[in-house]
Design a protein around this ligand. Structure first.
Ligand SMILES: [Zn+2]
Ligand SMILES: [Zn+2]
Ligand SMILES: [Zn+2]
Length: 100
């Protein structure tokens, strides 16, 4: 398995990456409407919710105190999440650090 370590953005970068291209599967959110890890802590202090496109894990965003969506990526290596905020459908690749 090849892992891109590119952090800087190159002007000629394509508009998507292999992970975003591959992430066409839409899993059911495991914990609709709440961050799974915050719920386990008994907390409801997140700012926004993100859902893992690999397994459906719902975690809180990087503006939240616990940043569980990012932690989920670091723990599992699942590269792509999407926003599950109402009216938002953008996706994010943690490996390539890009929206798609
Ligand atoms: Zn990617
Ligand atoms: Zn959380
Ligand atoms: Zn996942």
């Amino acid at each position: 398995m090849r892992r891109s370590r590119g952090r800087g953005s190159t002007p000629a970068a394509p508009s998507t990456c292999p992970h975003l291209s591959a992430a066409t599967f839409q899993p059911e959110p495991l914990t609709p409407g709440e961050c799974q890890d915050c719920a386990e802590l008994g907390e409801h202090t997140w700012a926004h919710l993100r859902m893992c496109m690999t397994c459906g894990h719902v975690g809180c965003c990087d503006s939240s105190p616990h940043q569980h969506a990012g932690e989920h990526f670091r723990r599992t290596g699942h590269p792509v999440m999407r926003s599950v905020e109402p009216g938002e459908n953008w996706r994010w690749c943690y490996i390539d650090v890009r929206v798609g």
